[in-house]
Write a protein that binds this ligand. Structure first.
Ligand code: BG6
Length: 493
């Protein structure tokens, strides 16, 4: 249920995520009338800004991100904004923030949301201070942005500290992929239809591919990214979450703990990889210079080189990962999951491809033409859609001439509504206190448990990632990874 009153506090209020994602999402919620009437938005950062200067900064960001602003809406949103300059070490700064939070009517029934859009090392210290100030009583909620730690140990440590201050039901760990319309639609496709689920197993499915390809490079975020790499930045969270939604058993109901319970079982069933398997079944890449969307872009090496201090990079950070994973349970035994993600690739596309088995027996021994296995292609972004590849007879006399055809569902033409951005949906879920599309503590830790030994092995072996030209499909070894199994990456667009 939407509360009547809300104080939405964003730590890192002048940062990239706030200006590019959170405030535009709040703008759209305002436009649609989804924000509780009595809502304040408090940006917290180290910058010396008064409320008006912060409003001007946010206004510029909205103009850039949203474009054509509705004047009334932006005026209403900007009027809600406040800014508090805060140095985490400074008690006086914290007292300013406590003061502002307490300075409102009906303070007891106000839902306080603390969005921590800052480095994970600050999660613990910020929560402690909020606890010290008596600011964490329910209905307060805290939102933790990814990355949740750097590895299993740091994730556990963060979860433990945050857990001392907030109850698990107050903690919302964001993976914005779960807020994407197309990702939620995956649940509906699987569980609100009867057509697919009977085939959704190792009897009928040969393998599954999940690709999240980006054309962007690391850009301004090199300072963060260089200590992360694609495995931590994308695979540990977004790709494994997509895998969970594809592979999980039907939940009893969405909207309770069931979805998270079922995802958790998939994570637990992921086969841990041995050193030999890591070397054989995972390809790491790092982009070199090259043309992307008609423009020559710099190599990752050059981008890292620009950061004058603090880089720990020794040529080991990967910007691309392709891997073959296994889900060890009754449904999926023997069905490989091929995952890949990379920056500076030839196209921006996130897609899931379910490749079905060949018919068990060929009743057209004299056929001509071309056949291909049935394939369900789920386009997550940019253009949401679904395509089912079938085989048909080409009209004409002279026997069976076969040809692949496809059934197409394009969401933009099937639905006329605007597709809300992932953050819009998720922020309103936090305000309402609905945790279904957020990661539970055990899920985050299970994902790190699988990823940790892989990264550790890379660190120990010290082998550099393979270079790939920006604007390409990644290192050629990523193609070999799947082709040596007699399969190939399927791209529709
Ligand atoms: C973020 C990663 O979580 O997801 C970024 O940190 C990445 O590196 C982004 O670019 C991709 O999100 P989207 O929604 O653009 O696919």
């Amino acid at each position: 249920l939407m509360p009547e009153r809300c104080d939405f506090t964003v730590f890192g209020g002048t940062g990239n995520l706030s200006l590019h994602k959170l405030l535009p999402a709040l703008y759209h919620s305002e436009l649609e009338g989804h924000l509780p009437d009595d809502t304040r938005i408090i940006g917290v950062s180290l910058t010396d800004l008064d409320d008006d200067a912060y409003r001007a900064l946010v206004h510029d960001a909205l103009l850039e991100q949203v474009g054509d602003l509705d004047d009334d809406t932006s005026e209403r949103l900007l009027a809600r904004l406040h800014h508090v300059r805060l140095d985490i070490e400074e008690a006086a700064d914290w007292h300013n923030l406590y003061g502002l939070l307490k300075d409102r009517p009906e303070v007891e029934s106000t839902v306080r949301v603390y969005y921590l859009a800052v480095a994970p090392t600050l999660f613990g210290p910020i929560c402690r201070r909020l606890g010290d100030g008596g600011m964490t009583e329910a209905p307060a909620r805290v939102v933790l942005e990814k990355p949740l730690g750097h590895d299993l140990a740091s994730a556990r440590a963060i979860n433990a500290v945050v857990g001392e201050v907030f109850d698990e039901s107050q903690i919302f760990r964001i993976d914005h992929y779960l807020g994407k319309e197309s990702v939620q639609n995956l649940l509906v496709t699987r569980f609100a239809n009867t057509l697919l689920e009977p085939l959704w197993n190792s009897h009928w499915i040969d393998h599954i591919q999940i690709t999240v390809a980006e054309t962007v490079g690391v850009g301004e975020r090199v300072g963060y990214y260089d200590r992360a790499g694609a495995m931590r930045d994308m695979v540990q969270n977004h790709l494994l979450q997509l895998l969970c939604l594809v592979a999980m058993e039907p939940p009893i109901e969405v909207g309770r703990e069931d979805v998270r319970d079922e995802k958790m079982k998939v994570l637990q069933a992921l086969k841990p990889m041995t050193a030999v398997e890591i070397d054989r079944d995972i390809v790491r890449g790092r982009y070199a210079a090259g043309p992307v969307e008609g423009r020559q872009v710099k190599s990752y090496d050059e981008e890292v080189g620009r950061v004058s201090t603090g880089s720990t990079d020794e040529g080991l950070t990967e910007t691309f990962v392709a891997l073959k994973a296994e889900v060890q349970n009754w449904r999926w035994a023997g069905v490989p999951f091929y995952l890949r993600t990379g920056k500076r690739m030839d196209r921006r596309s996130s897609e899931i491809v379910v490749v079905f088995k060949e018919p068990p027996h060929d009743v057209f021994p004299h056929r001509t033409g071309v056949t291909a296995p049935n394939r369900l292609h789920i386009q997550v972004q940019p253009d949401e859609g679904m395509r089912l590849h079938l085989t048909a007879k080409e009209p004409g006399p002279g026997g069976y001439r076969l040809k692949p055809v496809s059934l197409d569902l394009n969401f933009a033409s099937a639905f006329t509504q605007r597709s809300p951005d992932a953050y819009e949906r998720l922020l309103m879920d936090v305000v309402k206190g609905n945790p279904t599309l957020f990661m539970r503590r055990d899920e985050v830790e299970a994902a790190w448990t699988w990823v940790d030994p892989i990264i550790q092995h890379w660190t120990e072996s010290g082998l550099p990632p393979k270079r790939y030209a920006a604007g390409s499909a990644g290192p050629t070894t990523a193609i070999t990874l799947i082709e040596r199994d007699g399969r190939s990456w399927q791209e529709d667009s």
